[in-house]
Design a protein around this ligand. Structure first.
Ligand SMILES: O=C[C@H](O)COP(=O)(O)O
Length: 318
């Protein structure tokens, strides 16, 4: 499934007084997440169905300096068939694929080749990922080249200094320029929340990126000291909810970095359902950015089907 059917949010003028008035009640965030974590685990069949959903909403990712066309080709084969056929049959599934494959710019062409005919989009991390500290001209050109090479989704990184210096106009202008350079490609704004120091900053940056027309807001590159967390996710999804109440537009959410277990995936899905509702349990509005999550989900689904685990290396990622 691609995001192309989804109505794209249009953005709005920067409302500085709204951004500056945003505050996060940190103890309330902690209480909400503690109550989510204390929840008893749900029924086994429910869990299996939701783990399948997690696969459908996954940007299957490789973002390593030693990526090769061969590794990307194997990843694409995994994206096209994320579960073994016997497990698919036991779960009553005819077809299953991941939401996207996410790679660096230089790996777009092999990824497009590997996904040909599947309808799975290629997402590229452009704009000098992960630090984003090249010139604006270089970053905009990288987006254009990524789109030319066939990326249908672009994951940009914001300049953290705009947040840390409270330069909301600077962040808005940057995000708007990225969105324009993406053209028809969908744009996910990576906030790098582990670099932003406070939850107030996370909330304000979420608002500014949505006002500037981001299709998705995303937590992390996977390269910060702290990546996706449930606390940060609650703040970001509440910003999405409040933005929808103001504008009517639905912005997607992508937690990324360090989400490696089926148990964590279920916590995120529960958060999405409870905070935003079922629309955000579909790949056009929700993605996990993850390089190793699929391995654990496959293991847990095998256990669900067969009652036992096989060796982890049988499910190892390429
Ligand atoms: O956007 C995706 C992240 O880079 C993946 O992070 P991960 O390797 O911790 O799963």
């Amino acid at each position: 499934m691609t995001m192309t059917s989804h109505f794209r949010p249009g953005g709005m003028p920067l409302d500085l007084s709204l951004v500056e008035s945003v505050r996060v009640n940190q103890p309330a965030v902690r209480r909400r997440i503690d109550s989510l974590n204390a929840r008893r685990s749900q029924k086994k069949d429910w869990q299996a169905a939701w783990l399948v959903k997690a696969i459908q909403c996954m940007d299957l990712t490789t973002l390593a300096g030693d990526d090769t066309p061969g590794r990307v080709a194997r990843l694409c084969a995994k994206a096209r068939q994320p579960l073994r056929r016997d497990l698919m049959a036991a779960l009553g599934l005819d077809a299953l694929q991941t939401g996207a494959v996410c790679v660096y710019h230089e790996m777009i062409v092999p990824a497009v080749r590997g996904l040909q005919g599947s309808g799975i989009p290629v997402a590229a991390v452009s704009t000098a990922f992960p630090a984003g500290l090249s010139s604006m001209e270089t970053k905009l050109r990288e987006i254009e080249l990524s789109v030319q090479d066939g990326a249908q989704e672009i994951d940009i990184v914001i300049s953290r200094r705009h947040v840390l210096t409270q330069d909301w106009a600077g962040l808005y202008d940057e995000m708007k320029a990225y969105r324009a350079a993406c053209g028809e490609a969908h744009v996910k704004a990576i906030l790098a929340t582990g670099d932003l120091q406070t939850l107030d900053n996370v909330a304000k940056a979420s608002w500014v990126c949505m006002m500037a027309g981001a299709d998705f807001i995303k937590t992390s590159t996977g390269k910060e000291g702290v990546n996706a967390t449930l606390d940060v996710s609650l703040v970001m999804v509440r910003a999405i909810r409040d933005y929808q109440a103001l504008t009517g537009d639905k912005v997607g959410y992508k937690p990324a970095g360090g989400i490696a277990t089926a148990k964590m995936a279920l916590q995120y899905l529960t958060l999405m359902k409870e905070e935003l509702g079922n629309d955000w349990l579909q790949p056009d509005l929700f993605r996990f950015g993850a390089s190793s999550l699929l391995t654990d989900i496959e293991r847990q689904l095998e256990h669900h089907v067969t009652g036992s685990y096989s060796a982890a290396h049988r499910h190892a990622m390429p």
